[in-house]
Design a protein around this ligand. Sequence first.
Ligand code: BG6
Length: 510
Amino acid sequence: MNGASALSTPEYAQFILFGAMGDLAWRLIGPALFNLYLDKQLPPRFSLIGVDREISAETLRERWRDGVMQFSRQGTPGDDDWRDFASRLDAHSMDLGDAPQYSALKTRLDSARDKADARVFYLAIPPGLFGAVADGLAGAGLHRGRERTRIVVEKPLGDSLAAFRAIDRSLRAHFEETQIYRMDHFLGKETVQNILAMRFANPIFEPVWNRRYIDHVAITVAESIGVGHRAGYYEHAGALRDMVQNHLLQIMCLVAMEPPVLYDADDIRNKKLDVLRACRRIPADNIRAYAVRGQYADGWIEGVAVPGYRREPGIDPQSNVETYAAVKLLVDNWRWQDVPFYLRTGKRMAAAVSEISIRFRDIPHNAFPANTGLNSQPVRLVIQIQPQEGIILKFMAKEPGSPLRLRPVDMRFSYCEAFKKASPGAYETLLRDLLAGDATLFMRSDQVEAAWSLLMPVLDAWAANPAPDFANYPAGTWGPEAAERLVARDGRAWLTPSPTRRDDRDEGCD
Ligand code: BG6
């Protein structure tokens, strides 16, 4: 994990990227590979073959250079660096649906002087094509080599439990589970990985990490962007599928899991799966007590008027798709019994901020005189995922002087300040682990399946009953009122995430 702890970068890797001219490759995969190259983290011998219907080495290099210019973490590439990196990129045109064409791909791959130590097939293509590519690869015998051959898929991994199972069957018909790498880019974020380091590399958190000391956990992934140009995808997804089924549930698993015995892929993923298995089923006849949906209306983001979801390009003016989802989950085990986990995510919210808020219980007895200000703020541990990266402990302290006054204060850890360098992008971490064969940060089939099963009652209920109140939150706010009620019914409230003040940003680490 993160640096392929136990496993090392192979000497020679062949990286076969299906969909090399597509958006994902241009925006994320190309820039991430280039950054790995700059950081000398690519295998010494790395060759990439970009596969697409019509592609040439020149067009691929040109497009990727453009992507790197726009999205690379390390800025505009130097000419020498780019030339050297680009010399590793080659192209192969083929029709992915035409099985016989995979033999030509095989001949091409096998014609390399030496046998690669790692061969990665990366499917940056719509999921509807996963089955055809898996069949084609297997038909040409390209699936062989349990240790060195890997296949990578990205979400959306289906839009329901049944659809996920069908996709998974088509992959597992030819590939072993250990060869299949399912991406969830949130798992590559430093701050998300640090949840385990914080919990299990320090003796002070684990003793209080349970129902005895923790009142509830709130996970917020708020975006200020709208649907953008992704209408085609989003109209079939919605916030619950797009974010909660994967990113938020994965974060929740890291917060709630039991300590692993060994820091390895299987042990960690087993412990995460246990969390999903322990989640109380959401009753189909009482969805409202557990889940809330919202859709943004016209509103304001940073002083600019923005249109509501139904007025965005490509969106059905009557769309029933949610752009906000909040879910309450209960984990039925000894550690977490009756401690709610509230998860919320939305587009066009008041701020772009992702954080986990661990709210501790109130003190059992107040020995201070009245009016000292005690309890004016609950004691919380806030794990900041983005844009700030850090941890804040919010607690009560005595104000200097007399009379005795108590005031909430913050104790802060910032990645930037502590390490004086920018975190690698999530894709960089995940691609490096993938090349090294470290699956810790990738999702296992049973996890994805458990996540779908947990949310299916909500998805089914929402599909069957169009929301009568959409659009129900103005752009630039914290979501629909019903989400406030969801937690208020338990006597709790969402706390506004720590502000992202411009002058508070981690300077020099961007
Ligand atoms: C993607 C979702 O998985 O994550 C997008 O499909 C979302 O809708 C994105 O905007 C958020 O990721 P990040 O890394 O920008 O927070």
